[in-house]
Design a binder for this molecule. Structure first.
Ligand code: ADP
Ligand code: MG
Length: 239
C-alpha cells in the first residue's frame, strides 16, 4: 500500500529579501513496509525534505499525500496531531531527558495521546517497548548510565510507543561509533522486517545506507538517483 506520495515538492526559504530555493521539485512514492535511506552530501536538502516528510514543516509548493490524505496545506496544529498519531522520530542527538529514567522517557508521548492510560498501563506499555529494543534490564537507568547505542534504542522505543506506522530517523548513527551504529541499524532492520514499520532514514554515510532496501540520493535539492540495495551491501559490515 502507498504510504507517502510527494508530487513536485519545493521548499524555498526567505532570508530577508533573498529567496533561497532548497528543494526544487521532489516527486517520490514510498510504500508501506519499506526501509529507505535518503542520502546526499551536506547541504543537499536531506533534513529539509525529512522535516517536510515528518510534518515538522510544510512545503512551499507541491502535494504531499500521506495515507491517502493531501496534507501540504494543513495547519500547524493539524500537523502536530498527525505527528503524534502517525509519525515517530529519532535524531542524531537522541534528545532524551537527562534526569529521567529510560522508562519515563519512553512513556512520555503516552501522556499526549487520547488513550488515557492508567499509570500501571503506561508503565507496562513503556516496559514492553523497551523490551522490544533489547533494554528490558535497563528500565530505571538514566541516559548517563547508558551507552550511546542504548540511549538511541531508548529514543527508538519512545518514538514507537504510540505505534506509528512510520519512523523517521535523521542521521541516527551520527553520534555513534561503528559498533554501536551497527546495533542501532540492526534494530531498524528488525523493526522493519518483523513489525512492518516503515523506516525512512537520512544519512550521508554510504555504509549506513547499505542497511536500507532502497536508497534515494539527493543533490542540490533534487533527486539525483535511486538504487535498490544489493545483497552484499545489505550485510553491511565488511570493513
Ligand atoms: P542536509 O540535511 O542535506 O545537510 P539541509 O536540508 O539541512 O541539508 O539544508 C539544505 C540547504 O538549505 C542548506 O544550504 C541550508 O543552508 C539551507 N537551509 C536549511 N534550513 C534553512 C532555513 N531555516 N533557512 C534558510 N536556509 C536554510
Ligand atoms: Mg541534515
Amino acid at each position: 500500500m502507498e504510504l507517502i506520495n510527494l508530487r513536485q515538492i519545493t521548499k524555498t526559504y526567505q532570508m530577508g529579501d533573498i529567496a533561497v530555493p532548497v528543494l526544487k521539485g521532489i516527486s517520490l512514492t514510498i510504500q508501506q513496509g519499506e526501509l529507505v535511506a535518503l542520502t546526499g552530501s551536506s547541504g543537499s536538502g536531506k533534513s529539509t525534505l525529512m522535516n517536510i516528510l515528518g510534518c515538522l514543516d510544510h512545503p512551499t509548493a507541491g502535494e504531499y499525500w500521506l495515507e491517502g490524505q493531501e496534507i501540504s496545506g494543513i495547519s500547524a496544529d493539524e500537523r502536530a496531531l498527525l505527528r503524534n498519531r502517525k509519525l515517530g522520530f529519532v535524531f542524531q542527538s537522541f534528545n532524551l531527558l537527562a534526569r529521567t529514567s529510560a522508562i519515563e522517557n519512553v512513556a512520555m508521548p503516552l501522556a499526549y495521546n487520547a488513550e488515557n492510560l492508567s499509570e500501571r498501563e503506561t508503565r507496562s506499555r513503556a516496559a514492553e517497548m523497551l523490551a522490544r529494543v533489547g533494554l528490558a534490564d535497563r528500565l530505571d537507568h538514566h541516559p548517563s548510565q547508558l551507552s550511546g547505542g542504548q540511549q538511541q534504542r531508548v529514543a527508538i522505543a519512545r518514538a514507537l510507543i504510540n505505534r506509528p506506522p512510520v519512523l523517521f530517523a535523521d542521521e541516527p548513527t551520527g553520534n555513534l561509533d561503528s559498533r554501536t551504529s551497527e546495533e542501532v541499524l540492526q534494530m531498524f532492520e528488525r523493526l522493519n522486517s518483523e513489525d512492518g514499520i516503515t523506516i525512512i532514514m537520512v544519512t550521508h554515510d554510504p555504509k549506513v545506507a547499505g542497511h536500507a532496501g532502497r536508497k534515494i540520493s539527493l543533490a542540490d535539492g533534487l533527486i539525483q538517483g535511486e538504487a535498490a540495495a544489493s545483497g552484499s551491501d545489505r550485510q553491511g559490515d565488511a570493513p
